[in-house]
Design a protein around this ligand. Sequence first.
Ligand SMILES: [Zn+2]
Length: 255
Amino acid sequence: MPRRTSVCFVACTHGDEPIGKETMERLSLTPAAALFDYVIGNPKALAGGKRYLEADLNRSAPGRAKGKAYEERRAFELMRQFKPYRYVVDLHETRANDRMILILMKLTPRTLALASAFPVADILYWPSGKPTGPLTQFVPRGLEVESGTKTSFGKTQRKLQRVLKVFLKNLDLIPAQEKALRRKTALPKGKRFFHVYATIDPQEVTDPSKLRDFRPARSRQGERFVALLFGKFAGLTGYKMRLMDAADVARHREP
Ligand SMILES: [Zn+2]
């Protein structure tokens, strides 16, 4: 994939999430095609209709050239391919809900400015805290877009296409945003930040089936949190988030 633009989209980092590929193929037929390149994250998993083959690609970055699992080697290869790009946007999908959110692994002027270019209000701040993790954790200006396709794949796919078009139209505004956001108290406008900070232990809630995605919940011990449910992985009830205020965002920011 020779570089033509400043943007690299990643589709199908998870092989069972077709929305990215579909959207890239459609967007490639429009004039916006001149503004981006894209890569299929996990082509082997996509071909096999699986999330991954040997390891979750989105937990395998930065990868290893001679790693044991295919995904470790693929993550390493992708990191090299991302190098010439200013922005890396990884497109994910969930069938658990119908919302569209952005996921940032770190809060920096660069990631915040990138997020500001998307017409998406809700941002999850989800630091992995591990040496291996999501692809976009290891690029300076990267984020994930997660699109919910529970009710309608087609409707969400068209929405994602519109969102990416707006992002591409906003590209030239990002550098100035980045500069403005270097002030520690500055925040992108019109966004809500949620800090994903723990998994939910099913033992600590009275009735896990009563939890609702993005709704307030309370543990037996009285801890208040907002539930984040994906409903996809067996054995995992979901995650705990808290709504961040400006001071929280400032506290978690890195240079
Ligand atoms: Zn995914």
